[in-house]
Write a protein that binds this ligand. Structure first.
Ligand code: 3UK
Length: 543
């Protein structure tokens, strides 16, 4: 696929794309996915709203602050001038963003993109040792950083990172420099396939991978999942927990609302409490978070707490039927589940409204196709189980990484998940390929056992992994966070085991149960089953 002429002066990201034959096949079947050659997604998300007369409407709420579309646009333009005039950056340079979800972080993201830079947003909780490989891999020379988080970035002491500009503190440099800039900035006329962002994936272990996404990919997530499944209306107010560095958050809180002229309420505090406050204060209609977070607030919900909310979206991990049902009973709202991936930028299988089948992820989002591959990489016909593969307008392009060949097989993006497809074409999550447990000759999907356990009122959270076992090869072992820690004990173990045996095939029941007060999680909220698995391996080795 020939690329259009680039507006980048610094061609590093394009030079490090995978070779054309290693790309996934791309599809732009829907008319809304045919973008003009020259496309700057910051212009499409922001300047277009001003042209449409949205200037006085709210774009961002945060605590007492309200930023209108006009105010956001002026701030973005000023920051864009700081990047080019004060920091001496040129189109194509990578800019690291480090901050929590604040209006200034959002303005910085849009400013970098408008000025033709390549954004590398990072998780606010990353430590120096985690920032260092990112800076090296993406050859990052400049950073915009929330003042309170700068120590760790400085501690990374990355030789190539020569300029750090702070914002969001008392008398910080970025606000000072921005105030002295003109109100308007002329956007760099990037091509639709110029690189817009590098999204680093947490992965499980190993060297982080950088997913390359173009300006049109940001538009495509809006014009597939958001346009066809979410169907935002002007007046909708979005909120949620995922950071901007996680493409789930980038879509949910920045791209989707701004594409459709809605507003985002940024929670001031972390976790469910922050979301609850935003909901109350700003009349939120649409919430994005993880299954874990939905479960965490279930016990605390009072009727009416979700007043104005009409849509709840869950992604990042499978949404068990038990969680979906409990949420529906408590709120009357059916959660929209959707599987997305950093490689695909956002959600590609989902369902909303009457199309939801609780427990299933859904069907391919308009613009995407999905299939299941068998062991020989052949598509499974009709109902069946296999490795999930997808293609559509977006897809996997790792920056200079041999693992490209593992994710892209015969033009399909292979996510590493095992799925089942039913007669009606609905996709049901089975397990991550690494979370299949082979015990006594049986293939057992850890998540299926977890879902059975989660239906028990005493189970707040759980993770099921294979533990080495002399007799069965692997033993199904459950780590359980009990709702009432004082009940943890042999009687509850027995009760949970019997409970599982009564719900799914008895050979799948957890032969070992360990109570714990928390599960290991990634910064994107996923349970790190591999940590538990490793712990069990080490225990077995020293036993
Ligand atoms: C798993 C799910 C079952 C699945 C993401 C929405 O999670 C996101 O991206 P990541 O790169 O992880 C991708 C992997 O996470 N997963 C995600 N959603 C679901 N499994 N049901 C789900 N609903 O293993 C997938 O391969 O961190 C999610 C939007 C953008 C994203 N980046």
């Amino acid at each position: 696929m020939a690329l259009l002429p680039s507006a980048h002066v610094d061609s590093f990201t394009r030079d490090n794309l995978p070779p054309p034959d290693a790309w996934p096949e791309l599809r732009f079947d829907l008319p809304e996915l045919r973008y003009p050659d020259r496309l700057n997604c910051a212009v499409e998300l922001l300047d277009r709203r001003l042209e449409e007369g949205f200037g006085d409407r709210p774009a961002l709420f945060c605590g007492e602050e309200t930023w209108t579309y006009r105010h956001l646009s002026r701030t973005v333009d000023r920051v864009a001038s700081v990047l080019t005039r004060e920091m001496g950056l040129v189109p194509g340079n990578r800019v690291l963003l480090r901050g929590t979800n604040t209006p200034w972080m959002f303005a910085c993201w849009l400013a970098c993109v408008k000025a033709g830079m390549v954004v590398v947003a990072t998780m606010p909780l990353l430590r120096a040792a985690e920032l260092r490989p990112i800076i090296a891999k993406a050859r990052i020379g400049a950073a915009l950083c929330e003042a309170a988080l700068v120590d760790e970035l400085r501690a990374a002491a990355a030789p190539e990172l020569t300029r750090i500009v702070c914002y969001g503190g008392p008398d910080t440099e970025l606000e000072r420099l921005a105030a002295a800039q003109p109100e308007r900035f002329r956007a760099v006329e990037t091509s639709q396939d110029d690189v817009c962002l590098l999204a680093f994936t947490s992965g499980t272990t190993g060297e982080p991978k950088a997913c390359v996404h173009f300006h049109r990919d940001v538009m495509a997530m809006c014009d597939t999942f958001a346009r066809h499944i979410l169907k935002p209306r002007p007046g909708d107010v979005f909120t949620g927990t995922p950071p901007l560095a996680f493409t789930f958050g980038l879509g949910a809180l920045l791209a989707f609302p701004f594409r459709f002229g809605c507003a985002t309420a940024l929670p001031r505090g972390a976790g469910p409490a922050g979301v609850a406050e935003a909901v109350q204060r700003h009349g939120v209609t649409t919430i994005f978070t993880s299954p874990t977070a939905y479960r965490a607030v279930l016990g605390q919900l009072k009727p009416g707490d979700l007043g104005t909310v009409h849509t709840c979206v869950s992604a990042g991990e499978a949404l068990p039927k038990a969680t979906s049902d409990a949420w529906f009973e408590a709120t009357g709202i059916r959660i929209v589940d959707g599987i997305g991936a950093t490689e695909m930028i956002h959600i590609f299988i989902s369902a909303a409204g009457d199309d939801i089948r609780p427990g299933a992820t859904g069907r391919p989002v308009p613009g995407y196709e999905a299939c299941l591959l068998d062991e020989e990489d052949r598509p499974v016909e009709g109902p069946g189980t296999g490795r999930l593969a997808v293609r559509g307008p977006t897809g996997c392009r790792y920056l200079a990484d041999p693992r490209q060949a593992k994710y892209v097989v015969k033009g399909w993006n292979v996510t590493g998940d095992t799925y089942r497809r039913d007669e009606d074409g609905y996709y049901w999550f089975v397990a991550r390929a690494d979370d299949m447990i082979v015990s006594g000759g049986y293939n057992i999907a850890g998540p299926e056992v977890e879902q059975a356990l989660l239906a028990h009122p005493q189970v707040a959270e759980c993770a099921v992994v294979g533990a080495p076992d002399a007799e069965r090869g692997m033993l199904v072992k459950a780590f359980v966070v009990p709702r009432d820690p004082s009940l943890a004990g042999p009687a509850l173990v027995k009760e949970l085991q019997d409970f599982v045996k009564a719900r799914i095939a008895p050979y799948k029941y957890p032969r070992a149960v360990e109570f714990t007060d928390a599960l290991p999680k990634t910064q994107t909220g996923k349970v790190q089953r591999f940590v538990l698995r490793q712990r069990e391996m080490e225990r077995a080795a020293t036993a």
